[in-house]
Design a protein around this ligand. Structure first.
Ligand SMILES: NC(=O)c1ccc[n+]([C@@H]2O[C@H](COP(=O)([O-])OP(=O)(O)OC[C@H]3O[C@@H](n4cnc5c(N)ncnc54)[C@H](OP(=O)(O)O)[C@@H]3O)[C@@H](O)[C@H]2O)c1
Length: 322
């Protein structure tokens, strides 16, 4: 029987994914969710994390706290990206083991896979080739997170699991003009172009690279689904040394197609131009999601519906900011 009163720590509960996990858990009826802001509990600080776990004794832990950013931020602050992420993971996983947490879910990212991995990328592609250099420090930290979980499972018999999401978007996203990901950056640019009645919006490169996008509430549903799977069921589709699960829609579209869809949702009627003097990046990045499908989870929110909801969130944030 489900214990709706179990003590669940959502690390990073004010972030885009963490807040969606809290919404999902609350909707499911869980009543005892432990939350701390970054200011209240710095997860890179071992002493603080040790005290928190000893006092609060969570039974389940979602590790959705991380230092996250787009290419620009990753390139500019590589030391912060590798240091913070390694420290957060190491402290949370270690104290979870020390205090007997029954289950932990670590959130990684699809950037753990080699730059030239065969598409769609299966979980088995991990550590088979060189990483994308621009976010290598971040990716190495995320790979270390998976290996931390696996090592504690192997040595101490813990039940620590990992999920690797594709590009996420939705309420609570970061719309910063320089430090944001593709989808929120596009929403902002097409919105600004609509407001200023700009004749055209320029996108970098040929627009042909293909990417996959998952709505954040779908991601949160996947997290709770994977956390709640019986141990034997999780073990059926993972191994001791490939214990992570991809989470995505399994479908991709070109950046140009995405630009047209975002323009339509935002209501921008000008032209979309491609600046082909700018680099394109990896031609395709799509996750193989067959394992999580076999485990009974599938994305529910269509891309158009998700972009509509994300745009509503963006507009309400703009209203708050003005
Ligand atoms: N967004 C995506 O497209 C995407 C894609 C793939 C994977 N993921 C993964 O999903 C997870 C969550 O990402 P997100 O998009 O939700 O990021 P986010 O919105 O930036 O949220 C991360 C949260 O972690 C907190 N945090 C960071 N460092 C902390 C620390 N030292 N102590 C305590 N709290 C700390 C942040 O608080 P402050 O803001 O106060 O620092 C923030 O609330 C990450 O592991 C990320 O790698 C995200």
């Amino acid at each position: 029987m489900t214990d709706f009163n179990k003590r669940i720590f959502v690390a990073g509960h004010r972030g885009m994914v963490g807040s969606a996990i809290v919404r999902q858990l609350t909707d499911k009826g869980y009543t005892n969710i432990l939350m701390r802001t970054h200011a209240e509990l710095d997860l890179t600080d071992q002493a603080q994390v040790r005290r928190f776990f000893a006092e609060e004794k969570p039974q389940e832990v979602y590790v959705a706290a991380a230092k996250v950013g787009g290419i620009h931020a990753n390139n500019t602050y590589p030391a912060e990206f590798i240091y913070s992420n390694l420290m957060v993971e190491a402290n949370v996983v270690h104290e979870s083991w020390r205090t007997g947490v029954a289950r932990l879910l670590f959130l990684g990212s699809s950037c753990i896979y080699p730059r030239l991995a065969a598409q769609p990328m299966s979980e088995d592609a991990l550590l088979t080739g060189k990483l994308e250099p621009t976010n290598e420090p971040y990716a190495i930290a995320k790979i270390a997170g998976i290996k931390l979980c696996e090592s504690y499972n192997r040595q101490y018999g813990c039940d620590f699991r990992s999920v690797m999401p594709t590009n996420l978007y939705g309420p609570g996203d970061n719309y910063h003009p320089e430090n944001s990901h593709v989808m929120p950056a596009m929403l902002r640019r097409f919105h600004d172009a609509k407001v200023s009645e700009a004749e055209s919006v320029v996108i970098w490169g040929t627009g042909s690279p293909k990417r996959e996008f998952l709505y954040v509430d779908d991601m949160a549903a996947a997290c709770v689904h994977v956390m709640d799977l019986p141990r034997e069921r999780y073990a059926e589709h993972t191994t001791v040394t490939t214990s992570h699960l991809n989470v995505g829609t399994g479908e991709d579209l070109s950046i140009l197609e995405l630009a047209h869809l975002v323009a339509e949702v935002v209501g921008y009627q000008g032209k979309i131009r491609c600046d082909t003097s700018k680099p394109d990046g990896t031609p395709r990045k799509l996750l193989d999601v067959s394992r999580i499908h076999q485990l009974g989870w599938r994305a529910q929110v269509t891309l158009r519906e998700g972009i509509q909801r994300a745009y509503e969130d963006f507009c309400s944030e703009q209203l708050v900011a003005t």
